[in-house]
Design a protein around this ligand. Sequence first.
Ligand code: SAH
Ligand code: SF4
Length: 352
Amino acid sequence: MSIRPVVPEKSLTDLSRTALQERVVALGLPRYRADQLYKWVFQKGARDFEGMTDLPKALRQTLTDDGWTVGRVSLGRVAESIDGTIKVVIRLQDGGAVESVLIPMGEGRFTQCLSSQLGCALDCKFCYTGTLGLSRHLTAGEIVDQVIVARQAVPAGAVVDHLVFMGMGEPLHNFDHVVASLGPLTDPNGLGYSARRITVSTSGLVPQIDALGKVAPVNLAISLNATTDEVRDRIMPINKRYPIAELIAALRRYPLPPRRKLTVEYVLLGGVNDTDADARRLGDLLDGMPVRINLIPWNPFSGPGFARPEEGRVQAFHAHLDRRGYTVTVRGTKGLDIDAACGQLGERPALN
Ligand code: SAH
Ligand code: SF4
């Protein structure tokens, strides 16, 4: 199956600011027209050229004649959880769909969870998206568009002030498009998010972690999820390629800006990786690293035969790491009732 994006080639949402400038200059127009166009596409979320009223009609006509479109994805079904979590389906131009989740953080602020691929190739055994396999990578434009299009589902007066690549897919497997998406996401003439408000979460692709550290000062989250290679090999096949010691070494050399912490995600699977010995080993592995640990009791779906640990087990695991001075949080179950919690993304077959 092809994993290359199957979308119109001439979509303005897929152009970097420099590429857009080159196109505009090649048309014999001044460079500032490209900046205006960029703002329309990424800041104002224009859907077509008609509304771009401060651009000369001739430019708009040339772009249209040349086959360019704004290439917007569209908003599909919106589901709201009783806890305020909002899950949106994003319809892609080739008929595919991904999901993105808006997580309420209080005081009218939301964190948006972005997808980077249609499905995922990494086959982690506890993850619903993993059961789907990989259909294709998303383009940079499709990634950025999730933020623009989901604005229609954000309650009036609320803002999305953090972005996390924790939706469908492994962002570092789609490295080039994810890095390209950071252009419009952080550009002041685009969506203007500071890199400090963006987190990329990975299952542990070591060479790409090194590469990301060189190109983008975003926050990094690692899905560690086990403390021995024996268990991690079993629940995350990627561990056979990049075992725990190599992954931890990559984290230790990641060029974190001062006063920032790595996030370590740890899905708690009852009876698999949630013992006192695991808590102790986790504390040892991360010793001396600037980390915050995020414990995620497993969000169930039928099939893989895992169980959520009992509440007491979660507390004991938390308490051990807390005593050792780590910053530890237990991630709640926001959005569980609409299948919008971590690892539950991906369209379910209809029930009848
Ligand atoms: N592919 C990336 C980002 C998407 S997964 C990664 O693996 O990091 C986002 C987070 O959800 C990961 O930390 C993953 O370990 C966790 N996760 C996946 N399935 C889960 C489930 N069923 N319950 C709880 N967390 C899950
Ligand atoms: Fe892919 Fe992340 Fe799910 Fe693993 S946990 S299958 S890497 S989305």
